[in-house]
Design a protein around this ligand. Sequence first.
Ligand code: NAI
Length: 275
Amino acid sequence: STTRLFKVASIPGDGIGTEITAAAVQVLTQLAKAYGTFEFVFTEFDWSSKNYETRGWYMPDDGIQQLQRFDAIYFGAVGWPSVPDHISLWGLILPIRKAVFEEVKREYEGSGVVTDKMLVDAMTVRMVNKPQSLDTIVATNLHADILSDLAAALAGSIGIAPSANLDPTRRFPSMFEPIHGSAPDIAGKGVANPLGALWSAAEMVRWLGGADETAQAAEGVTKGPGVGRMAEAADVLMKALENVTANGVATRDLGGKNITKEVTDAVCAEIEKLV
Ligand code: NAI
């Protein structure tokens, strides 16, 4: 068969992390079904603050090794008011990130990319006053966590922004997650905006397709099912998100009145129309 199978580790985590991960799994499954050229097999890991409180650990000692056998990691959000944030951060998300890092600037030397070095406090001012002067920001984990929230809020809502923690060497699985946290204030109400989660899912499809296409090119395969279709699928998912939003189907953080499930179902219906 020409169906490409991708093993995805899903870590829903806490609060709305579980709600938006369910939305991402539903939409990714729908996208794969619509194309028929690729498929995702999800393995869920119950690494969360709730389980930390009974087990005393977020991730088992061999957690990173367990994740290494997957093609990608889909992450919801971790953190809950009952556990101090530094414990949830160091217990789960930072070990995965610090592995899934490279010196960035050196790679771009001589390529015409203009770089600029700024302190983080000045950067907040520049992002508010002259956001159009920035394409890419490279920062350490803590600073980037803060600046990405600011960027998302400037763009409309923290519920929209996606993120990807990429291993450019592709030796380890890359991780995809919306930038927001577990949102304890709205958790369990089914009203979380799934767009950031679904945009992250689109980035995952694009990244996995990149690997697919690279491998196929190495084998000399340039035509036929599977080739190039995941980049197209990622574009279709993004188009579906845009159309649904343009049609006014939106959660309340964007001024809409729809719940998570309605937005997610609308995205699935839109995918069916577009493919
Ligand atoms: P948060 O991002 O969870 O929430 C901030 C505000 O934005 C809240 O009012 C929330 O309701 C709203 N919001 C966030 N995502 C939304 C969505 N998808 N739709 C609609 N509204 C949304 O940040 P907060 O409250 O500072 O952190 C809560 C917990 O999450 C903490 O334990 C924190 O450590 C953790 N956290 C985890 C992250 C991760 O796993 N990558 C990132 C940020 C925070």
